[in-house]
Design a protein around this ligand. Structure first.
Ligand SMILES: O=C1NC(=O)NC(C(=O)O)N1
Length: 314
């Protein structure tokens, strides 16, 4: 019987599956339910310095081929998630997870949030979200290569705990080269590719209107729509980054086959957003079963036997 065991930053998880930040991870109740689910690990909702209501509703809609959202970083504030994380790492030291951190104000808040974590008792992984597309008037940090370089330089001047970054999708080979060149300068533990494809537009076929209220209906796109872009970003970053920087694959994972393809592109862990929102926590049992069946059919005993082994047509 093959195993789905996944090794990531020195810990071996039962399987590579996690939620994507933002889905089923706002409250400690939701987080504990995630931890008790079949998911291998979990990540918290991106925290900002202060609690935020987020954008006006409707701000998240599931559609046939995925989802569109402009949540606007609603969250209970960094102290809430830091408190949860410190308690959780003490009560379940054998079940590491990831704490997601964002910023509403911009550059200085990113630094301040990371400084607070540095000075706290939390010692686990942090996912620095550089790619929220939904804060009106605020750019996605990781689309500005110089600012990203400056921010990571400033954080690494004081931050000694393990962390990685959540990236937006890139669509140009030169941009893969540029972001990888920036990130390879730093002792990052992982990159998570991708966040939603920012500022898409979905039109309701009955009302001839947009379906979410913020930003005239513009929102991040997730689900089936994004898998080709997600796979390309996982593959491109895996090919370019120092081997010490692992990849979390996020985007378009609905089936075991989608999960398998992310692993083929080099992902170590896999995050599920839209499909978790649509299907609930049972999605993790289904995905692990489907992925196991693929390993069985192909005669693989473990993920290590095919991880990153995407074939090309040379
Ligand atoms: O990073 C994010 N990506 C999204 O697609 N939505 C959320 C949000 O809007 O809070 N944040």
């Amino acid at each position: 019987m093959p195993t789905l065991q996944a090794t990531f930053y020195g810990h071996t998880y039962d399987n590579p599956f996690m939620n994507a930040s933002g889905v089923h991870c706002m409250t400690m109740t939701e987080l504990d339910a995630l931890a008790d689910s079949a998911a291998g690990s979990f990540v918290t909702k991106s925290a900002t310095a202060e609690a935020r209501e987020g954008n006006p509703e409707p701000r998240y809609v599931n559609v046939d081929l995925g989802s569109i959202n402009s949540m606007g970083l609603p969250n209970l504030g960094l102290d809430y998630y830091l408190d949860y994380a410190i308690k959780r790492q003490a009560s379940h030291p054998d079940q590491p997870f990831v704490m997601s951190v964002a910023s509403y104000q911009g550059f200085d808040e990113y630094v301040a949030n990371m400084r607070k974590i540095q000075e706290s008792d939390y010692t686990g992984l942090v996912e620095l979200n550089l790619s929220c597309p939904n804060v009106p008037g605020k750019p996605q940090m990781a689309y500005d290569f110089e600012d990203t370089d400056r921010l990571l330089t400033e954080i690494f001047a004081f931050y000694t705990k393990p962390f990685g970054v959540k990236l937006p999708p890139y669509f140009d080979i030169m941009h893969f080269d540029k972001i990888a060149a920036v990130l390879n300068q730093f002792d990052l533990k992982f990159v998570n590719c991708i966040n939603s494809i920012g500022n898409g537009l979905y039109i309701d076929e009955v009302t001839d209107t947009v379906v979410i209220k913020p930003k005239g209906g513009f929102g991040g796109i997730g689900g089936e729509y994004v898998k080709p872009t997600a796979l390309a970003n996982v593959r491109a970053l895996k090919q370019r980054l120092n081997p010490s920087i692992e990849i979390i694959g996020t985007g378009g994972i609905l089936t075991g086959r989608d999960a398998y393809e992310h692993l083929l592109c080099g992902a170590s862990m896999l995050q599920v957003g839209t499909q978790l929102e649509k299907e609930g926590l049972g999605v993790f049992e289904r995905l692990t079963k489907e992925l196991l069946a693929i390993l069985e059919a192909k005669g693989y005993a473990s993920i290590a036997e095919f991880k990153g082994m995407l074939g090309t047509l040379d």
